[in-house]
Design a protein around this ligand. Sequence first.
Ligand SMILES: NC(=O)c1ccc[n+]([C@@H]2O[C@H](COP(=O)([O-])OP(=O)(O)OC[C@H]3O[C@@H](n4cnc5c(N)ncnc54)[C@H](OP(=O)(O)O)[C@@H]3O)[C@@H](O)[C@H]2O)c1
Length: 194
Amino acid sequence: MRKLTYFIACSIDGFIGGPDGDATAMVSFVDEEFMEFLKTEYPETMPTHGRRALGFDDLANRRFDTIIQGRASYDLALKEGVTSPYAHMRQYVASRSLTESPDPQVEIVAGDLVAKVRELKAEEGEFGIYLCGGAQVAGELLDEVDELVIKTYPIVYGTGMPMFGSGFDVTEFTLGEVRTFGNGAVVRTYSRKR
Ligand SMILES: NC(=O)c1ccc[n+]([C@@H]2O[C@H](COP(=O)([O-])OP(=O)(O)OC[C@H]3O[C@@H](n4cnc5c(N)ncnc54)[C@H](OP(=O)(O)O)[C@@H]3O)[C@@H](O)[C@H]2O)c1
């Protein structure tokens, strides 16, 4: 059974972006120390074009070989002319409006998203599945999330896009590793209590 991990950046008050999802205020916290952490522990979570620009697109995946994201999150890459933003993984984009995939490396999931995730989780393999977001897709997949890796940056938004765009429900997680960084960022790993 492979794990579904929601690996996400958020503000202290739990928002993954501004009201429209804009997360650019978080980018400045990816400094030298934090980038080294990402390169060492989660290199596959950085987009292929970013890795190439930084000169480390040859780093092997450490934890994930599959990524799932919502169409609105995928749109951010499309707007930059990038059709295959995570070419180093199998890519799935949830969408009912994209009738044709913009790239042969990207599979569109228009049907039952939860069923598709369960099918992927049931595969054999040492690597897990990276749930990239955004809020809508994460909210729909909350029941399938086995692990959370939350990168909290030392900023407060006041309001914004929540981590999960779902209704109220109490789901318990167990705290695992906690990493702190010189710039005030904290990365916490949680596993779902089953
Ligand atoms: N802080 C972070 O680390 C982080 C990470 C990722 C994203 N984000 C932010 O999140 C924002 C986007 O989040 P969002 O909640 O607006 O959107 P999203 O979850 O990325 O995408 C929503 C879209 O996914 C499709 N979708 C959702 N459920 C589906 C289902 N069951 N079956 C098929 N398609 C489905 C629909 O696409 P169609 O309309 O095409 O049908 C829907 O409009 C971005 O602005 C980004 O900046 C932040």
